[in-house]
Design a protein around this ligand. Sequence first.
Ligand code: ADP
Length: 431
Amino acid sequence: MRTNWLGGVLKRLFWTLLLCLIIGLLSGYLAWTLVVGLSLYLVWNLRQMLRFHNWITLRPDEPPPETKGVWGDIFDSIYRLQRRDNRMRTRLQMVIDRIQASTAALSDAVVMIDKDGRLEWWNHAAERLIGLRAPDDSGQHVTNLIRDPRFVSFFEQDNYSEPLDIPSPVDENTWLQYGITHYGHGDRLLVARDTTRLHNLEQMRKDFVANVSHELRTPLTVVVGYLETLQDSDEPLSPRWKRALQQMQQQAKRMQSLLNDLLMLARLETTDEVSEVQRVDVPRLLLGIRQDAIALSAERNHRISLEADEGLCLLGIDPELRSAFSNLVFNAVKYTPERGDIQIRWWRDERGAHLSVSDNGTGIAPQHINRLTERFYRVDSSRSTNTGGTGLGLAIVKHVLLRHQGKLDISSSLGKGSCFTCHFPTERVAV
Ligand code: ADP
């Protein structure tokens, strides 16, 4: 292609020179004829360049001006390239339009956010659910439009593995679940789903459990009271009745602790934690729990040791922390054979404060470990029933830690023992 192009130019130049030479020789003005001929050739080239410039700048979408030779080839090649480019652009635009149309039709809100956190594009559902307005909100920072502090800290963190559930900025009765995904070069895609129905159902479930537990508490207290009165009465009871009463009392007590645990969980799920935060003297709290654990162990004679950094306090809710820590320590007593070792440690390092409860008891098989904090999950139901467990203890621990930005780590090995560690962030530490 390049040699043809060069050949064309040389051929045209050759014929111009030859023509000038013949006319020059015939007329006797060879030099002048050459000058005039080459000047004409130059003017012709300049004119083609001008036509090219006018076409490309003023009428690029129209076909190129008709011309012959090398300039004609150049015009045609550029026109072909341009047409191919236009076809590709139209095809890409169609794909973009289709994607935008399908995203716009989604019932979930979809918002494209650039690397600086500014809004680039959103669908109709985002206008309805989040209240974004086009074109005013375009280019605004997302946290100027969704101002809920929970969303702001969710957006600013870089790990979006867990979605965020909060009320919509438009209507506080509508609950939205926000999820964020990274894409491109630092861009983010925000998706918000309307979870009001799920949220209401969940609320109904919580209310139901809380109400039933509350309503059952009074009749159960009466039953336990009468059972105690009957057992304490001076009237002689037949051995059959005595055993029946004992069992009734034992089961009624289990029901009581079940209701207490259910109420505790309901309270953890429904109340606002911030209002009750205080400075909790954890070493003192652990000292009390150790005494209770020794009483629970009684003649099983566990060796229960406590090592606590003196004065290391936690910003939290005293009764909740007490309940979580005692659940861990009492579990160690329950699931460790007599004369076993139980160690309670409370210490601080650069990552925060930590409480560990380790024992050399029965241990837990690895397949159960991830499920231990589920409600009513028991490794071995017969063993837990014997020990009077409700199956709610570790669920309570998990909830309490969640409310204190803490995390529970469980490591265990079957037959060797277990270690439950609670980690609290530095913001929660008070000395
Ligand atoms: P429970 O009231 O049954 O003890 P939890 O939620 O406190 O319920 O514990 C769940 C299960 O985890 C228990 O049934 C028990 O099998 C297991 N578990 C908890 N702590 C220990 C421990 N220290 N050693 C062995 N198993 C444990």
